[in-house]
Write a protein that binds this ligand. Sequence first.
Ligand code: CAA
Length: 285
Amino acid sequence: MAREFSTIGVVGLGTMGAGIAEVLARTGLTVVAVEVDEAGIERGKGHITHSTARALAKGKLDEAAHAEVHSRISYTTELADLADADLVIEAIPESLADKAALFAELDKIVKPEAILASNTSSLSITEIGVHTGRPGKVVGLHFFNPAPVLKLTEIVRTVVTEPDVVADVVEFAKRLGKEPVVMGDRAGFIANALLFGYLNHAVSMYEQKYATREDLDAAMRFGCGYPMGPLALLDLIGLDTAYEILETMYAQSRNRLHAPSPILKQMITAGLLGRKTGRGFYTYD
Ligand code: CAA
């Protein structure tokens, strides 16, 4: 029998954390959403409100269900409010030091049987887990952007993750309506390991003025049936996030496909992070 999770903590309400909190609340779970300050909470609430308003407008949620989704999420700046959580999903920025410190703290707060999961895209779950007294209950639970839309969840087990914990998280992902895949702890897991060489190559082609951004994107949309071209997808992911993922994968693989194209760093330094800053390869309203 899979374990029942009813109260779920989400730490970090950026694009991913907010999307995950929405998915959980829409599944009928109680969500305790944690951010570092009030501004972070407001930004996270804004993401969720925008997304559920779209679902309401499209008739995917009725008024009552919409109100219920919002009533299931409580917002706080105190990690101590996660004391009753059965599972905590961390979705803070991609810094190993910050994630390690957070997991060490969460370990002291949550129940001994609670599971700690990271939504990291490429950092080592093993290295995060060893900062807790429960590395057997630490997993990767990686969602894809936009989390309310994309079905995949990658569930990452380390050499010490307990098999029951993996099985319970797999069942949990199915309950969320997601398609779980399970893998070992390797940078990029499955999807990013395959995706980012391609995205990075597209950036190099753009940098070398091989073709325009529109033509690079159109080639993959209309020629290969991808929902978005690579440069538009990088704007969705966020250039800073993409850079971190490439660097982590390059450090592990030394595969030059993963050596970040220089223009990525230049764009990040100039504040062109993609949709979230209104400009990346394209400009957004
Ligand atoms: N939040 C919630 N719902 C959203 C959304 C968002 N941010 N963006 C789009 N949607 C919903 C829309 O409401 C719409 O729903 P219906 O079909 O029920 O009406 C549906 O998604 C399709 O949206 P649109 O019609 O507006 O636009 P689209 O058909 O072009 O789809 C897209 C948009 C879903 C983003 C699609 O282009 C897509 O799937 N792109 C590829 C995204 C991708 O590859 N993501 C993976 C990134 S890698 C990653 O996330 C891993 C990592 O670690 C970095």
